[in-house]
Design a binder for this molecule. Structure first.
Ligand code: NAP
Length: 319
């Protein structure tokens, strides 16, 4: 039986990835930062009892080393991060500090304790930022446009540096936006669906949004975590883009959700105060490498994902 450590186990991807690894007979150790972690995602997926939860401050290298020594993992999936672009503008230093130092501590610990541990880093399409060519590929120039993105670029290059300098097995998944019922409430698609349902029920008067003329490439988290797993099963570690391959404007997402729920488009109110200091206009990626080398399968379109998310949100409305 293989052992995997997942950091960020309380997040959306941590929950779906745990489910996948448990199905593949892994022992799953989930790292959390405090004594009362929010395990609702694991509970929702009915796997809470099957994951061993361990407290570890990833900013403390001694604690990180102790965990690695105790559990001797075969694989580490590093998903923990301050993951919100908006929050990163409000808390740039804390975002940069955690998202980079935690990676250094994990990689240094692996380097010292056991270099055969395989490491997955959650990199992000946000790293590409000011896009100079579409679609984005694994070779695109990185030009981050937010503190979150700069932190992910620093972590990403730290990973490639350790891979090239010490021959360590490190794969970076450059994932584009991906959604699920377990997405935190502050993120755009989740927020639109939740608030639109409240509008539909008559509990709200309108949906207030920022710049909705930007375009994004988004997909379905339970299928994106399969690519993470497959990355660590390859003979040679590499970086892969994981995306749907197309983009859609946020306006179209809102109008589609409104149409499914029978809401008139004039209930969407744009508030320029919600615009971010800087914004990627349009971004979509090329998933050919992941499909070819990982045999990763993904053929959902945006509307199928939205249908799934709306249905699951409605089914859980009173829970
Ligand atoms: P998420 O739901 O926001 O989960 C983030 C996880 O990181 C949570 O478990 C959270 O723990 C932990 N975390 C946050 N700040 C921390 C801190 N200061 N110390 C320790 N733990 C901390 O994120 P996700 O959507 O599952 O994404 C997983 C990873 O993929 C993240 O690294 C994210 O940046 C990256 N990514 C996500 C997307 C996407 O669209 N979802 C796209 C590209 C890359 P608490 O419960 O304690 O807060």
């Amino acid at each position: 039986m293989k052992t995997a450590i997942i950091t960020g186990i309380t997040g959306q991807d941590g929950a779906y990835l745990s489910t996948l690894l448990l199905k593949n007979d892994y022992k799953v150790i989930g790292l959390v930062r405090n004594d009362q972690p929010n395990l609702t995602g694991l509970d929702y997926l009915k796997i809470k009892e099957h994951v061993e939860i361990v407290k570890c401050n990833l900013l403390d290298i001694e604690q990180t080393e102790t965990v690695l020594k105790k559990y001797s993992p075969d694989e580490i999936y590093n998903l923990a991060a301050q993951s919100s672009v908006s929050i990163s503008f409000e808390q740039p230093i804390a975002t940069f500090q955690f998202n980079t130092l935690s990676v250094f501590n994990l990689l240094e610990s692996i380097k010292t304790i056991n270099r055969s541990i395989r490491f997955y880093q959650a990199s992000s399409s946000e790293m590409c930022g000011k896009v100079n060519q579409l679609p984005i590929t694994e070779d695109s120039v990185l030009h981050p446009l937010s503190p979150y993105a700069t932190s992910k670029v620093a972590a990403h290059f730290t990973c490639t540096n350790y891979r090239e300098s010490y021959g360590m097995y490190i794969a970076c998944g450059i994932l584009f936006n991906h959604e699920s019922y377990l997405r935190s409430n502050g993120f755009f698609v989740k927020k639109v669906i939740r608030e639109s349902i409240q509008l539909h029920l008559g509990n709200k008067t309108h949906l207030e949004v920022g710049n909705i003329d930007i375009k994004r490439d988004f997909g379905y988290s339970p299928l994106y975590v399969e690519a993470m797993y497959k990355m660590l099963q390859q003979e040679t570690p590499a970086d892969y883009l994981v995306c749907s391959g197309e983009s859609i404007s946020l306006r179209k997402i809102i109008y589609y959700v409104f149409s499914v729920l029978g809401i008139s488009n004039d209930k969407c109110v744009v508030n320029p105060k919600l615009y971010r200091p800087n914004e990627i206009e349009n971004i979509y990626g090329d998933n050919a490498k992941a499909k070819r080398e990982l045999d990763w399968k993904y053929d959902y379109n945006f509307y199928q994902v939205l249908d799934l998310l709306i249905a699951e949100e409605q089914a859980n409305l009173n829970k």
